[in-house]
Design a protein around this ligand. Structure first.
Ligand code: ZN
Length: 190
């Protein structure tokens, strides 16, 4: 059996990866919607969820613990969000069940941990979909905002765990993009 699953993180949705693989099986985690501020993208995701094109699944606490352990070994733990942990933990569970699992993410820390867990990953940049994304890092309790370089995951004012949201997207069109648009057009005929 060669069952394939694609696990999508917030960067995959912001880069509109779902336009490029219309027949794939997509899975994501509950936290992803919280990381996306763009209402249009949120609506698209919700439509996909309703039509069961995208499934939302939660990993077990046990799998999350494994991911946290590996992330602390690679030094990536301060750089990943709860959602990132869910993405990686879910991918690990599918991989252990024998699925051909690929994470779609442009997040370097996620890719790095995936590598360590021997889970395949693809970035949108590799697919020729180039865009810029920036993260807003903030404290949900006192509202303080932090620069992207802020390495700690605890607010230095009130001690709350800080959160982040993807806030910007800019598609940089190029030859590679044209190629993928062609594939998209073909697949839409079915
Ligand atoms: Zn705070």
């Amino acid at each position: 059996m060669n069952k394939k699953v694609l696990i999508l993180d917030a960067s995959a949705f912001i880069g509109k990866f779902y336009f490029y693989l219309p027949n794939g099986k997509y899975i994501t985690v509950p936290g992803v919607l919280n990381e996306i501020l763009d209402e249009k993208i949120k609506n698209v995701i919700e439509t996909y969820i309703q039509s069961q094109k995208i499934e939302i699944k939660s990993p077990s606490t046990r799998s999350i613990k494994i991911v946290e352990q590996v992330a602390s070994e690679t030094g990536d733990l301060p750089y990943i969000s709860e959602t990132d942990k869910q993405i990686l933990a879910l991918a690990l569970e599918y991989k252990n069940k024998g699925f051909k699992t690929t994470i779609i993410s442009d997040d370097y820390a996620v890719q790095n941990i995936a590598k360590k867990l021997t889970i395949n990953f693809v970035s949108l940049v590799q697919k020729g979909i180039r865009y810029l994304i920036s993260w807003e890092i903030y404290c949900p309790a006192c509202g303080k905002r932090f620069p992207p370089s802020y390495a700690d995951d605890i607010c230095d004012v009130c001690g709350e765990k800080i959160k982040r949201k993807a806030v910007k997207k800019k598609l940089l069109r190029g030859k590679e993009n044209e190629k993928f648009k062609g594939i998209n057009r073909k697949s839409q005929r079915t």
